[in-house]
Design a binder for this molecule. Sequence first.
Ligand code: PMP
Length: 460
Amino acid sequence: MEALAEKDLAHLLHPATNLAMHRKTGPLVIERGEGIYVWDTHGKRYIEGLAGLWCVAIGYGEEALVEAATTQMRKLAYGQLFASRSHEPGILLAEKLESWVPPSKRHTGPWKFLFGNSGSDANDTQVKLVRYYNNVTGRPNKKKIISRLNGYHGVTLASASLTGLPPFHAHFDLPIPGVMHTGCPHAFRHAHPGESDEAFATRLADELEALIQKEGPDTIAAMIAEPIMGAGGLIVPPEGYFPKIQAVLDRHDILLIDDEVICGFGRLGTRMGSEAMDMRPDTVSIAKALSSAYLPISAVAVPDWMHEAMLEPSNQVGAFAHGFTYSGHPVAAAVALRNLELFEERDLVGHAARVGVPFQARLQGLMGKPFVGNVRGKGLLGGLELVADPGAGKRFDPSAKAAIRLAALAQEEGLIVRALAGDTIAICPPLVITEAQVHELFDALERAIARFADEQVKAA
Ligand code: PMP
């Protein structure tokens, strides 16, 4: 084994990794990247079909971002936003974001952007803001938060609690009290036979209403949702889902927190995923593509009315006592600002919408391939779900690790994709992918599917 891989096994504890499997297989060590491609330490080239972890939106090797980072590092390597201190990149990024995040449902003035370092801490902040807001407005009992089964919102104590996937709870004594999960809008798995999209969406809204009634509407503060679920299985809700869900929430004065960590910044061919999925959120979490992952940065978009309530002198409990050393780190903010300028100069959102057409067509074209049970997506986001028997929708035995095997074969074919829970493969390339590269990506995936099918037939 090469020296780096040996050192990896000796010293690194890998996050979100099957540790026993890792000990056997060792790491894939990636060395460099350019555009949509990365190269490993053996010089083998791959299409980065997941844009890293759904984040390298602008692609690898963007010199303008290197320049933005080094320029800012030379000028002011660090600056804080605590105690009224401020700095230009933080201010200009917050201003820029106004034009990227559509107005909230009850828009009374510009958003206020509260910066963090990751999607997890943004969602953690959301939980704390909801508590803070309801405390200062005299509703101390309205605190619970509803999330969804299969939702993914991060891994800190609060955001892992919001995440609706059992491995993120088991052994961690989660979820924390006051977090509950409602049904997952995955028609392929959960719609009744013959049930229309509309009927399925109505049933999910009724289920949400029943949960709210059971818990007591006055105890529930907010619901959190991704426009399209990413890590929990690439799940596209049925047509009409969000309007029906929001009608229930509005009836009970429950806020909608929009987790745009994957869908934000052009992924679905719109600025925010909410625009593509008919969501009118009250607050928004953003991260990942905000800086195209060149440096870690996240933000919570706080509506003006929430901020105003936090200002009320009668409610003032001293400072707003939340924030991180690196909230709005000037180098990360300068990179994010330049990244969004490049998005605008190159019309990357429009590009994603245009290239999303052949991307979705090739994805649809996978239906009918052996063991492909369902495909779904929007813009430059796609998922394909494997089934043991497509006719009957019969799942593979989990021990077969079918999606993990397909992802491994794709990797041999020079394509990095991600195996998710529920035997789904996620595809989420950098937004700069060209139409020709879309075909290159799906050609590699089809070769992997053919090899997967051969193996299955031989094993039967
Ligand atoms: N929300 C969503 C929708 C995500 O996909 C992720 C990360 N995949 C997170 C939150 C957490 O972000 P981070 O890993 O940066 O903490």
